[in-house]
Ligand binder design. Structure first.
Ligand code: LLP
Length: 394
């Protein structure tokens, strides 16, 4: 059999198309975009983000450092994070990044002290926790007041009344993979109402974070998310007349659909009528299904017209290392190459080192051809023919 190592494959042509649509819509709505680098920090991806003049939303000192290293200017970087360390705040202020999104009262005092000490030009905005419920996985929702993120409305009222002239505005991020655009409309209403309560304060800066979903079920049909719908929903109650410039921080929506995890079927087993296809990539390469129960479409390049149902699992020493429990797909054979779709966001950036697994390779292609995969698959298929007993179809 012809073995291949698993790898992430990124379609830079699709990435570029996605960023250009997002940036076009943003310009039409007077919205500044900061890419949430946590979604994917590969240098080739960042190069495209930079080419379209987006800024960076960082959530750690290392993300700031990485962004600077890859050509972003300090004034293009904003910095959030519910538990920023003293060192990270000091570093951000020392580098004079654009804005720190402050997430607690204690952090505010720390930033103020260090800012003066370092004579930093970095400005401060408050990350407001709006206590707003959305419909997504609980584990990726962030805007209710039981969540650890941001300052409460009462805390922000107090800080603004005392230090309003030193606070440039507000940052809000209520969660990720929000499918229903109506939520963004009601979020914009909620924030507009909340801001009305600040009588003598008008924020010069208002950033509503990320959250736009991608279509995990039909990635081919919906390669570019609905940026237009998202931005006009956000603008519904926050019009340009009142807020000439808004900011957003897309992560998943920019990079999610351009990435695929390519893996190979290593073994096929049968247990009590359950067929298990064991891949050579699992939770250390892609954690989302195991961590959140997230769905990623899996396809094979096998031209079989027969279908079967499998548990699709990875190689880690954990029973939870399973992508799908009962997944119907073209009949799988040992050696087949499978594509795990929509893995450009929170895939490679969340890789684990568990079992001492090393980060897997990344390949970048510039047109939407399947060349690499086709070649590899053809090799795999031809060696399957030569060694018929390896064609383990159950
Ligand atoms: N801004 C802030 C402050 C954030 O915390 C995030 C994501 C974003 C922007 C970007 O949100 P997006 O556009 O990607 O929805 N690991 C999880 C997602 C965690 C999102 C964390 N924050 C997953 O794999 O679904």
């Amino acid at each position: 059999m012809h073995y291949i190592d698993p790898f992430y494959r990124y379609d830079l042509t699709l990435l570029e198309r996605t960023i250009s649509v997002a940036q076009r819509e943003a310009k039409m709505n007077n919205i500044a975009l900061f890419y949430a680098i946590k979604a994917n920090h590969e240098p080739e991806i960042l190069e495209k983000v930079r080419a379209y003049n987006l800024g960076i939303d960082a959530v750690s000192g290392e993300e700031i450092k990485h962004s600077l290293k890859h050509g972003f200017k300090p004034e293009q970087i904003v910095f959030a994070g519910s538990g920023k360390t003293y060192k990270e705040i000091e570093y951000a202020l020392f580098e004079n990044i654009r804005i720190i999104h402050c997430e607690s009262v204690e952090e505010f005092y720390l930033i103020q002290n260090l800012r003066k000490k370092l004579n930093s030009t970095t400005q401060v905005a408050l990350r407001l926790n709006p206590d707003f419920k959305i419909d997504t996985f609980d584990k990726i929702s962030t805007g209710e007041n039981t969540h650890k993120f941001g300052v409460t409305e009462a805390e922000s009222v107090k800080l603004i009344s005392e230090y309003g002239n030193e606070i440039i505005g507000f940052h809000v991020h209520v969660g990720s993979q929000i499918e229903n655009l109506e939520y963004f409309k009601s979020l914009s209403k909620h924030i507009a109402n909340l801001l009305d309560r600040f009588t003598n304060y008008h924020p010069a800066y208002l950033n509503l974070g990320g959250g736009l979903s991608i279509n995990y079920k039909e990635p081919k049909k919906f390669p570019v998310p609905d940026f237009k719908g998202w931005m006009s929903a956000i603008r519904t109650y926050l019009p340009e007349s009142k807020f000439p410039t808004l900011a957003l921080e897309p992560g998943r929506s920019l990079v999610g659909q351009c990435g695929k995890l390519i893996a190979q079927v290593q073994y096929i087993k049968e247990r009590n009528n359950c067929k298990i296809a064991l891949l050579n990539a699992g939770m250390s390469a892609l954690l989302r299904p195991m961590l959140y129960g997230a769905y990623h479409k899996v396809t094979t390049l096998n031209a079989s017209f027969e279908f079967d149902t499998y548990k699709i699992a990875g190689p880690s020493c954990e029973s939870t290392d399973v992508f799908h429990e009962n997944y119907t797909i073209e009949k799988l054979f040992v050696g087949d190459i499978v594509e795990i779709h929509s893995t450009g966001a929170y895939g490679s950036s969340m890789q684990l080192n568990y079992n001492l697994k090393q980060a897997i390779a990344k390949k970048f292609i510039t047109q939407s051809t399947q060349t690499i995969i086709k070649c590899t698959h053809e090799k795999a298929a031809s060696s399957r023919k030569k060694v018929p007993n390896l064609r383990t179809s159950i």
